[in-house]
Design a protein around this ligand. Sequence first.
Ligand code: FE2
Ligand code: FE2
Length: 281
Amino acid sequence: MSASGTADAIERRDLHFDLDDCDMNRWHGAGPHVTQFYNALSILFPEGEKFFMDSVRHFRDRISSPGLQEQVRGFIGQEAMHSREHIAYNKALRDAGLPVEKLEAGVKQRLRLGRKLFSPESQLAITIALEHFTAIMADSLLSDRRTLEGSDPKMSSLWRWHAIEETEHKAVAFDVYREQVGTGAGAYVRRVLLMLHVSIHFWFEVIRNHVHLARGAGVAGDLKGWLSVPRYLFVSPGPLRRVLGQYLAYYRPGFHPWERDNRDFVEQWKSHYASTGQPPA
Ligand SMILES: [Fe+2]
Ligand SMILES: [Fe+2]
């Protein structure tokens, strides 16, 4: 870890995931409704990750630490690759007959409004809140293999790759915020208020997309199927239940993303990739 407490080199990996043979309506081992939950997250990524990149880019030229400058380069490189692969993912959803265009347009419109309403400092605070969301969900996904058990290996591979890189760069935007917006009371209040804001809006977006995708897939009337989602998320394997403590840690004044040191996952993924040339499924 560097002096700023962040992970070391952040590498941009130009990986492609060919989803041609994948059943986009039923690729997850926990069934079609959990599949659409993940698909609902994917709908947010292309526009969401553009928002993250832009909010960090705004401060890029003012960053004084060369180490952090280098990490920002890695962060933008990784998010650009995620955005590209989720554009392809979402195209595969569209080809499977799901109402992707309408949902993506809604996300774009609300983010455009966010860019108008919030200052660059607040947009960066929104980014670090969402980066914390992606980092803790990534931690959950990587720490328990049951999270993707029985899933299409290509999709597991894609989600694990994204989770690994979200872990690698989890503190970059946060460190830019500390350097450029500050570490005092004002910066803290802005950070936690926008986390509260993001917590409501993020789940509103996910649930909205999830309902529309389930309707598009023709499974919206299946009550038993819907019940599989809270059972999966909160009971077994319970990825969201397991990260509740990590979510709440964000509200402490001295919080830093690397206080949860989960570099082991990154190292394991990297050694598998180095020895096989393939991202692990
Ligand atoms: Fe990402
Ligand atoms: Fe990210």
